[in-house]
Design a protein around this ligand. Structure first.
Ligand code: NAP
Length: 283
């Protein structure tokens, strides 16, 4: 997979480069009436260089993965494909079965990055062993986690193969900066990227008056400013979701902007960074 020119990239711990900007697919594929436009939006994004696609077995009970399969048909090698196993499936055997189901729905022989969606009742060591076995078998190229806090990451490191964790997908946007206190610095220290989910706070962020004013003065839309801020962070991959071509185009526009020190300082005033440890937030 080749990142397009102009696309910022992020290093995975094994040295592979992946795009710092991709496409989310939660709530896509569920409504037959929306399917045509959603497919067009994903293909438009792919054509424009948004080659990292995030999905999960949970999304629409597999419907999102099926939609992604249609979007990437005939161009699998252009794509860095991310999917996730539900925690209740993440046993030694259950992970392998869930992965096979996802591969079938996605119409591919490999997933590039396979994440444990969140931590559930299955011992973390068992899930890690199952993910590592899938990697060795070539079903997945990398594995990672999602919604895991600092204490979980410390635990993970102690397991055999735990050091192979390739990413932690976390709720991270201007209005959710809690991870900046200790989790993000630790992940950076270990060279583990953060995949920032709900980067627009599911569009709620776009109503913020301060963000809107600053975006206007910078000649950007609020969505572009929120995404440009994430792109300014080291080791962060943003995965906004849109099922609309116009909004995918708008979001892509964030790549054209580099925020200066004054703009970053203004954003810190509107959305202050954490002043102490905070419990991990998730949606
Ligand atoms: P998001 O990307 O912050 O926001 C998506 C919402 O914003 C959609 O309703 C979309 O509507 C709208 N939107 C997108 N661009 C817009 C724009 N320029 N102007 C106005 N509205 C816009 O939220 P998200 O979908 O929760 O997060 C992104 C992805 O992260 C997900 O799709 C999923 O892949 C992943 N995720 C992972 C987890 C996890 O636990 N690991 C949790 C949540 C999400 P339209 O589609 O109509 O444009």
């Amino acid at each position: 997979m080749q990142a397009p020119s102009g696309m910022k990239t992020v290093l995975l711990p094994d040295g592979e480069r992946v795009p710092a900007f991709g496409m989310g697919t939660w709530n896509m594929g569920d409504d037959p009436a929306q399917r045509g436009e959603e497919l067009a939006a994903l293909r438009f994004g792919l054509d424009a260089g948004l080659t990292l696609i995030d999905t999960a077995e949970m999304y629409g009970n597999g419907q999102s993965e099926s939609l992604v399969a249609d979007a990437i048909a005939g161009r699998r090698d252009e794509v860095f494909l991310v999917s996730k196993v539900l925690p209740q499936n993440a046993t030694r055997h259950g992970t392998a079965l869930a992965c096979e189901r996802s591969l079938r729905r996605l119409g591919t022989e490999r997933i590039d990055l396979y994440l444990l969606h969140w931590r559930g009742g299955v011992p973390l060591a068992e899930s890690v062993a199952a993910l590592e076995a899938l990697r060795v078998a070539g079903k997945i190229r990398h594995w990672g986690v999602s919604n895991l806090d600092l204490s979980d990451m410390r635990e993970l490191d102690a397991f055999p193969g735990g050091e192979r964790v390739a990413a932690n997908q976390l709720l991270y946007n201007l209005s959710r900066r809690g991870i900046e206190w200790d989790l993000l610095p630790r992940l950076r220290e270990h060279g583990v990227p953060v995949m920032a989910y709900s980067p627009l706070e599911q569009a709620r962020l776009l109503k913020n008056a301060g963000l809107t004013r600053l975006a206007q003065s910078a000649g950007m839309t609020p969505a572009q400013l929120a995404l440009a801020w994430l792109l300014s962070r080291e080791g962060v991959i943003a995965i906004p979701k849109s099922g609309d071509r116009g909004r995918v185009r708008e979001n892509l526009g964030a790549l054209e902007f580099t925020l200066d020190e004054a703009q970053l300082a203004q954003l810190d005033r509107i959305f202050p960074p954490p002043r102490g440890p905070q419990p991990l937030e998730m949606l």
